[in-house]
Design a protein around this ligand. Structure first.
Ligand SMILES: [Zn+2]
Length: 122
């Protein structure tokens, strides 16, 4: 699977569920590579507004999710390679959280703040 990397720095948004960072236009066209099945962002601008945010801090490029300890630390290692936000502000719409809970998914990571990461220690 090709890593999804933003094409430029304008209009970047982070997925509220998995923290994947892409251009708004990429989200619009392809949805979220990890969460499209749940969030169904493709071709739905209002959904895109609700489920992604431009309020995020810091990014990590994760090229080898299974072997990356940073990925493990950020709890993003089950996801596809790509650029991920370290800290995302915002909350998924209630209906999405409901769907996640009903499916038995662990939503804690989507809502709980992550521990701060000391990047210089990588
Ligand atoms: Zn996502």
């Amino acid at each position: 699977m090709e890593p999804q990397i933003p094409k430029d720095k304008r209009n970047l948004r982070a997925c509220l569920l998995c923290s994947l960072v892409k251009n708004a236009s990429q989200f619009r066209r392809d949805g979220c590579d990890n969460c499209e099945e749940i969030l169904q962002l493709r071709g739905r601008p209002e959904r895109l507004e609700e489920c992604t945010t431009s309020a995020f801090e810091g990014t990590i490029a994760m090229m080898n999710p299974r072997r990356s300890w940073v990925g493990k630390w950020q709890r993003i290692n089950p996801y596809l390679p790509g650029l991920y936000a370290i800290k995302v502000s915002g909350r998924l719409p209630d209906d999405v959280i409901e769907v996640l809970e009903r499916s038995g998914a662990n939503t804690a990571h989507a809502m709980a703040p992550r521990p701060p990461i000391n990047v210089s220690a990588c």
